[in-house]
Design a protein around this ligand. Structure first.
Ligand code: UD1
Length: 378
């Protein structure tokens, strides 16, 4: 008679674009034969457009979600509340061994809060990152999710110190590396060459370009800041053409603030949000990247491409101390100075942070299997 193995059932949650590249290697590792784990997937529907969701599921071979809560957009309170209301019956029906959340978006905190109050252990991947800026909605989501979590997986050493400072026991914390970089290694050979993406878009250049992204509320919801940034980036583009995949939030704010004309005579190629493989190719081949994204700071470090971060702080300090990242804020002179440094000396060389080696998700699977097999309440 076959001996039945106890399998821990992990309900994984995704909601927004940056979650998708984190969940792909986790689902793969959990569902590998002999892992001792079985993963199911809930998509909250926070991001829903084809360009913001479907392209990622397809390209990253993420299994279609078992459940899509279909919450869509709203204010923070509306979105968080809707996710909580719709997630609760799913948990009641599935009663998983644990709920796993990734990153710092509204879906992360909403699902963690529902699970913990039902006595279901919460696992947080990408725990302990802190920008120190509580005006960022993500910072609130990070702090609260970590407080609710039973197992916390970190990407860099600073995270454990942050968690200890907030009273979280080191026993719960495991330094495993970066699942987003797992996805980068796994897909790099299949990245869409930038020349292809640029030719399709009718660009008059194929190399020597900078890649820019902007979507943080602090940069795009504040019209004077957005005007200042776009004015400086337009100026840079007159020397180095810029490629700008525009987030839906940003597109709306540019037109609300009447700033479209700023881009008229600039050499900035506006693109719709890009798929993962297109973006990876654009990043890999760029001379530099100018961004306010968190994930892109890490991806450029992994790729060895200079990154100029248009924010006052970062929750990912290892990208500055070991990687290719320079934090410049939104001051035009500071942006210009960092840009000139890249043009003249090529920017920071950087090195690969520890455990950013493509195997973080496997480490997570090993820890989870061990914790649940040993009967620990995670
Ligand atoms: C969210 C995350 C942010 C992450 C970003 C990546 C939170 C608090 N913020 O911000 O951390 O860096 O995702 O994109 O969770 N919209 C669409 N189509 C979509 C999704 C959104 O058009 O598929 C538009 C809607 O007008 C919406 C706006 O974008 O109101 C903002 O979307 P939302 O999910 O509220 O926040 P993001 O700015 O995307």
């Amino acid at each position: 008679m076959a001996i039945e193995q106890a399998v821990a059932r992990i309900l994984c949650v995704v909601g927004a674009r940056p979650n998708f590249m984190k969940i792909a290697p986790i689902m793969r590792a959990f569902n590998a034969p002999g892992s001792g784990l079985q993963a199911s997937l809930v998509h909250t529907g926070q991001h829903y457009d084809a360009a913001m969701k479907h392209a990622f599921f397809e390209q990253l071979h993420i299994p279609e979600p078992d459940v899509d809560l279909g919450v869509g957009s709203g204010t923070h309170a509306e979105q968080t509340a809707q996710i909580m209301l719709k997630f609760e019956p799913v948990l009641d029906a599935q009663r998983p061994t644990a709920v796993l959340v990734v990153g710092d978006v509204n879906s992360t905190i909403a699902c963690a809060l529902v699970a913990v109050k039902k006595g279901i252990p919460v696992v947080h991947v990408e725990a302990g990152l802190r920008s120190g800026d509580r005006a960022m909605p993500e910072e609130i989501n990070r702090i609260l999710t970590d407080q609710l979590s039973d197992l916390l997986f970190t990407t860099e050493a600073s995270a454990a110190d942050n968690l200890e400072r907030e009273g979280i026991s080191r026993d719960k914390v495991h330094f495993v590396g970066n699942v987003m970089i797992d996805t980068l290694h796994y897909n790099l050979a299949s990245a869409t060459p930038s020349a292809h993406t640029l030719a399709e878009a009718g660009a008059g250049f194929t190399q020597g370009y900078g890649l820019m992204t902007l979507h943080r509320p602090s940069n795009v919801d504040d019209a004077p800041v957005l005007r200042r940034l776009l004015t400086e980036l337009a100026e840079i583009s007159r020397e180095t053409p810029l490629v700008f995949p525009v987030h839906p939030r940003t597109r709306a704010r540019i037109s609300d603030a009447g700033l479209d004309t700023l881009l008229d005579d600039a050499s900035i190629l506006l693109l719709p949000p890009q798929g993962y493989l297109e973006m990876l190719g654009l990043m890999r081949d760029a001379r530099m990247v100018l961004t306010d994204s968190g994930g892109i700071q890490e991806e450029t470090t992994a790729l060895g491409v200079p990154c100029i971060t248009l924010r006052e702080s970062t929750e990912r300090p290892i990208t500055v101390t070991q990687g290719t990242n320079t934090i410049v804020g939104t001051d035009a002179t500071a942006i210009r100075k960092a840009y000139r440094e890249v043009m003249e000396v090529g920017g920071k060389a950087g090195r690969q942070p520890e455990h950013w080696d493509g195997h973080a998700a496997e480490r997570i699977a090993t820890v989870l299997a061990r914790c649940f097999a040993s009967g620990r309440a995670a």
